[in-house]
Design a protein around this ligand. Structure first.
Ligand code: HEC
Length: 122
């Protein structure tokens, strides 16, 4: 009897452990699913390192607008590069919905590089 209990205990511990492992996989952010063609860009790598992808995807809306949607709205607009660069550094609110973007920890050069890249997506 004691042995049966022990075996049951071990089995349930194993089940719990494998569930935990699955949960960890599911918790991975969407980053891995972003197509390879975007991932090669230097600007993408900066965005990845700076945590932008926690809220933005290239093609899909997440907490913030997708980078492609931003490109569609801004690429024909005068002063767009400047406007996006300022938004990234100082934050943005009310342009895409009710969730604001707080100021991001990037240098002006990094913000400009990412904005240039975003504006070329479409
Ligand atoms: C905590 C979530 C979050 C993070 C992290 C984040 N953003 Fe945003 N971002 C948002 C939201 C929400 C908006 C929409 C704001 C609005 O409606 O004006 C936004 C908007 C934008 C816009 C459009 C601004 C405009 O003027 O229309 C750009 C460009 C942008 N983000 C780039 C970035 C970059 C680059 C980073 C990383 C350095 C970043 N974001 C990090 C949530 C985030």
């Amino acid at each position: 009897m004691r042995n049966t209990m022990l075996i049951l205990l071990i089995i349930s511990a194993m089940v719990v452990a494998s569930c935990e492992a699955k949960k960890k996989d599911a918790a991975k952010t969407g980053e891995e699913k972003i197509p390879e063609k975007y991932r090669k860009a230097e600007a993408f790598k900066i965005a990845d390192k700076k945590g932008c992808l926690a809220c933005h995807d290239v093609e899909k809306r997440r907490v913030g607008p997708s980078f492609v949607d931003i490109a569609k709205r801004y690429s024909q607009k005068g002063g767009a590069l400047e406007e996006l660069t300022v938004s990234i550094i100082k934050g943005s609110m009310g342009k895409w919905g009710s969730i604001p973007m707080t100021p991001q920890p990037v240098t002006e050069e990094e913000a400009r590089k990412i904005s240039e890249w975003i504006l070329k997506l479409k």
